[in-house]
Design a protein around this ligand. Structure first.
Ligand SMILES: Nc1ncnc2c1ncn2[C@@H]1O[C@H](COP(=O)(O)OP(=O)(O)OP(=O)(O)O)[C@@H](O)[C@H]1O
Length: 218
């Protein structure tokens, strides 16, 4: 389903992605790991159609990003590393706001269903009253409004408590199986990566992750 072919990306003279290639198929949960600054967020942004590689190409269902990025964007859900929700609106108001921008229309019960699926039940609470973990769950729920077949998450469990982390991990595994979604996500928590992911892709030159995750690199 996804094919990344010899992608290069530099910022100034610093080459962040160097001839990077990978493939993935629907229903997989893939952990993208590497040291700080290795290029994980850079790759996720390229896969989310928000940034372009300097060279190389990405294909989704055999169609290149270069030619079909608008159509691909509609199929992709992306959760950035920084939480991007409206602090002065309630949880449900945020869902309704982003639902208006979505190409896939959702009813109010469907929007509430997305929140309930990830155990976020404080629908009428203003976001500025929520914990960091709850905000991350809201960010995740927003990314699901367009029924993505390809979901990209940049550190969705960073800085949140163990219970929410486990709930998000369980949710991702279930979603990949039930909806046949391809999920690629980054985390610095290797025990979580081993628990949640079907396999791991290491980014960057450092051999540390390749050694400790050897059994998960398939
Ligand atoms: N817009 C940009 N302009 C210039 N340099 C950038 C830009 N975005 C990222 N970089 C640099 O590219 C390198 C890779 O950054 P990236 O955020 O992709 O790494 P990462 O693997 O996600 O790191 P982390 O684990 O710390 O989140 C870093 O050195 C970063 O400073």
């Amino acid at each position: 389903m996804l094919e990344v072919k010899s992608v290069n990306k530099s910022y100034g003279r610093r080459r962040v992605l160097d001839d990077f290639s990978m493939t993935a198929k629907r229903g997989e949960v893939i952990g993208l790991v590497g040291e700080n600054g290795a290029g994980k967020s850079t790759l996720l942004k390229i896969l989310a159609t928000l940034s372009k590689p300097d060279s190389g190409e990405v294909y989704l269902n055999g169609k290149s990003y270069r030619k079909h990025f608008k159509a691909h964007r509609k199929r992709i859900g992306y959760v950035p590393q920084d939480i991007a929700v409206w602090e002065d609106l309630t949880v449900l108001e945020n869902m309704k706001f982003f639902a208006r921008l979505s190409p896939v229309k959702k009813t109010l019960p469907e929007l509430k269903g997305l929140l309930n699926n990830i155990q976020l039940d404080r629908h009428d609470t203003k976001v500025n009253k929520l914990s960091g973990g709850m905000k991350r769950k809201l960010n995740l729920a927003i990314s699901l409004i367009n029924d993505p077949e390809f979901l990209l998450l940049d550190e969705p469990t960073a800085g949140i408590d163990l219970k929410s982390r486990i709930e998000i991990g369980e949710f991702l595994k279930t979603m990949a199986v039930n909806n046949d979604t391809l999920i690629i996500y980054t985390s610095h928590d290797m025990s979580e990566i081993k628990e949640v992911c079907d396999r791991v892709v290491v980014i960057g030159q450092d051999s540390f992750y390749r050694e400790i995750l050897a059994d998960y690199i398939k």
